[in-house]
Design a protein around this ligand. Structure first.
Ligand code: AVJ
Length: 333
């Protein structure tokens, strides 16, 4: 949120904007919850993991020995950032699902070293997280223009109108894995439509691999992933006034080799009724599950197909011992 010191009216405008954003988030959440819990396989969108506690738990996950994804992607970025940025010379970095922007600095450093860094646009659903990230990056990169955009990328990108080109769009962390095939195509299509010929998309995707390796990453020995999973119910309790008995749900994550994806569920230990204001009473039977996340795993042909379906072309493919991939894509004419 912008601060306009010493002027009462704009501060009131800021406040009004803030209230509207909070309101919109709540309305969208009610719709998502009503829709998701009304399905035969109950489900909730993974974006609701990430309140402050959820973001902290996720940061912990990224440091777990079993969770190879973040380390693999970081090492790929460290290896390839300079040559990527040197070839493209992007003046703007747009980062989708920016989060804490930990890996962003590798790209921003490379852009600064190449002397092309002008603007950074972190896009995220979490307004608090964005404001903090923006503040930090402005201090670390004083000559960089930082213009955060609050948006739910599953519906729109919310980008500023005029960006210095070329733009490097970064969609990292295997967040694409959270989207099923039709939604992933739609999301990449939205990115494609704002791309110009010299812009590029840098996509981080987790790769298909031995079941026990991928399952271990989502069933860590310390129970951090379990706490992360259950945290979604705490978010709904706090934000919607729901009364989920968090302790009565246990964590389950498994790899489906046919669908090439991890599914994460919360399993109810008993028959119960959950009251959710503005949604209604939700009946959950003993052993019934709520799916909280899918995490799709790719290989080169499936990434190429996905990009092609969004009118993008795979230009470059980098992997870290076949654990994780960075793909560079360009718009097809
Ligand atoms: C942030 C979506 C990449 O799917 O691996 C980590 C989230 N869930 N452990 C993933 C997550 C459980 C993560 N992404």
């Amino acid at each position: 949120m912008t601060r306009r010191e010493g002027n009462a009216a704009p501060a009131a405008v800021d406040r009004a904007v803030e209230i509207r954003l909070v309101d919109e988030r709540k309305t969208a959440m009610i719709d998502d919850v009503r829709d998701g819990l009304g399905r035969r396989q109950k489900e909730l969108p993974p974006k609701y993991f990430y309140d402050e506690r959820g973001s902290e738990l996720f940061e912990k996950i990224t440091r777990l020995p079993e969770y190879y994804l973040t380390r693999s992607e970081r090492s790929l970025l460290e290896t390839h950032a300079h040559s990527l940025v040197g070839a493209l010379r992007p003046r703007t970095l747009v980062e989708l699902g920016a989060g804490s922007a930990a890996k962003t600095r590798i790209l921003l450093d490379a852009m600064r070293d190449a002397g092309c860094a002008e603007q950074y646009v972190p896009v995220d659903v979490s307004q608090d997280f964005l404001a903090e990230t923006a503040r930090q990056l402005r201090t670390e990169y004083p000559s960089l223009r930082v213009t955060p955009a609050v948006a739910d990328i599953s519906t729109s990108l919310g980008l500023p109108d005029h960006l210095p080109r070329p733009v490097l769009f970064a969609f990292l962390g295997s967040t694409i894995g959270n989207f099923d095939a039709p939604s992933a195509r739609a999301l990449l299509g939205r990115i494609r439509r704002v791309m110009r010929p010299f812009d590029r998309l840098l996509l981080g995707a987790d790769l298909r691999k031995k079941r026990r390796v991928v399952e271990a990453a989502y069933n860590d020995g310390r129970g951090v992933t379990a706490a992360f999973n259950r945290n979604m119910l705490r978010v709904l309790n706090r934000e919607l006034g729901a009364d989920f008995d968090v302790a009565s749900f246990s964590h389950r994550a498994f790899y489906s080799p046919d669908r090439h994806r991890i599914e994460m569920h919360l399993v109810s230990a008993r028959d119960q009724v959950v009251h959710i204001p503005q949604v209604g009473d939700v009946h959950v039977t003993k052993g019934e599950t709520i799916r909280t996340e899918i995490s799709c795993k790719y290989d080169r042909p499936s990434v190429r197909r996905l990009l092609r379906a969004a009118n993008l072309r795979l230009e470059q493919w980098m992997t870290d011992e076949d654990r994780f991939a960075l793909a560079v894509a360009l718009p097809r004419p």
